[in-house]
Design a protein around this ligand. Structure first.
Ligand code: 5AD
Ligand code: FES
Length: 362
């Protein structure tokens, strides 16, 4: 492992075969991989962890991804759409608790009404919080015009997971129609980047039929694309989705361990990007996100959605924190993150240093 680590750390173009060996690491090799990633994070970014208050403001979705609990075809969940005022209150809560960033996430809706709503909402949030917050959007594929309008209204980061960089696998986990088109998703990512967003993506790890080579290619895709932020987590079955009964060669523990390895490899390959410790890790292991911090992640997204709506944003089974209110999450999180030896960047935006370096180098 040591030779491979040395080679990948030094290389500008790491080879897929080396990455695959790293992704398969277990036992002492895994320990070496994770601690090397942690060291690289501390050297490149320091030991700070940044909070992003996550507001899942609506679970209404027009898409039908075969793995996702809030897919349009799932008639077993209650749909909700939080009012603008409640969203603004949640943003105020984030500010009061010194989270300098929030993420607005919902199911994918594309309509002129939705575009206008988000445009106005962004302005209202900035006004109510005196422009103190960085706002990330995670609202799926939209046309370029819409992305520009939202950027001009004060959203400067956008998360759009590619889910997998393998177009064939993408087809196997989505309905085959225009709404679920790999090329369109990729094009959306290019739009976001060209507009000037800090652009984030991510993948699910341990999907049925996914190979180590796929995952290595996901890492190389993120590097080649020069992504600024990544949130990736284990795939977890949801019982009311078509993918629920698919055969999976990895159990949940194996997917968890593989996710830590993915985070570590990505940190080694892209030392200065922001990497989130995905909430899905916590659904498998109570200390999942803390373990991700120790493997090189530097961002946590505490859920600050008003409590009564939490149960309905169930992307996968056993989604954590649905029975706690936001205050509980803050107090326990603070202590837990400090236990990892990290400092919390309260009141700091924690922009992607990779993005800042890129922007100032031309
Ligand atoms: N398991 C894990 N992650 C999931 N997501 C959706 N469904 C699942 C699932 N069953 C992730 C997708 C999506 C993000 C909002 O949640 O990657 O982009
Ligand atoms: Fe909503 Fe996939 S099911 S975007």
């Amino acid at each position: 492992m040591k030779d491979i680590l040395d080679r990948v750390i030094k290389s500008d173009q790491p080879e897929s075969k080396d990455i695959i060996v790293m992704l398969k690491a277990c036992g002492e090799d895994q320990k070496a991989l994770l601690s090397s990633a942690r060291l690289i994070k501390n050297k490149s970014l320091g030991n700070k962890v940044y909070f992003r208050g996550l507001i899942e403001f609506s679970n209404i979705c027009s898409k039908d991804c075969l793995y996702c609990g809030i897919r349009k075809g799932n008639f077993f969940i209650d749909r909700y759409n939080i009012s603008d005022q409640d969203i603004i209150n949640a943003a105020g809560f984030a500010r009061a608790n010194n989270y300098a960033s929030i993420v607005l996430q919902s199911g994918e809706i594309f309509s002129p009404v939705f575009t206008r709503r988000i445009e106005n909402l962004l302005k209202k949030i900035h006004k109510a919080t005196d422009g103190s917050l960085r706002i990330t959007l995670s609202l799926g594929e939209q046309d370029k015009e819409t992305y520009i309008r939202w950027f001009n209204s004060g959203a400067h980061r956008y998360l759009l997971r590619i889910e997998t960089s393998n177009p064939d696998l993408y087809v196997r986990i989505h309905p085959q129609d225009d709404l679920h088109n790999f090329d369109k998703r990729l094009q959306s990512l290019y739009h976001l980047k060209s507009i000037g967003y800090q652009t984030g993506t991510g993948v699910m790890i341990g999907l049925p039929g996914q190979t180590y080579e796929d995952l290595a290619n996901d890492i190389l895709f993120m590097k080649t694309f020069e992504i600024d932020m990544v949130g990736m987590g284990p795939y977890i079955e949801h019982s009311d989705t078509p993918l629920f009964n698919s055969n999976n060669s990895l159990n949940l523990q194996q997917r968890f361990s593989l996710t830590l390895n993915m985070i570590a490899v990505l940190r080694i390959v892209m030392p200065k990007i922001n990497i989130a410790a995905a909430t899905a890790l916590q659904a498998i292991d109570k200390m999942g996100r803390e373990k991700a911090i120790l493997a090189g992640a530097n961002v946590i997204m505490p859920n600050i959605t008003p409590g009564i709506y939490r149960d309905s944003y169930s992307l996968y089974n056993n989604k954590p924190c649905t029975d706690e209110n936001a205050d509980d999450c803050i107090n326990c999180l603070d202590a837990r993150i400090k236990m990892t030896g990290s400092e919390i960047g309260y009141g700091e935006w924690g922009d992607s240093i990779f993005f800042i370096d890129k922007s100032s180098s031309c």
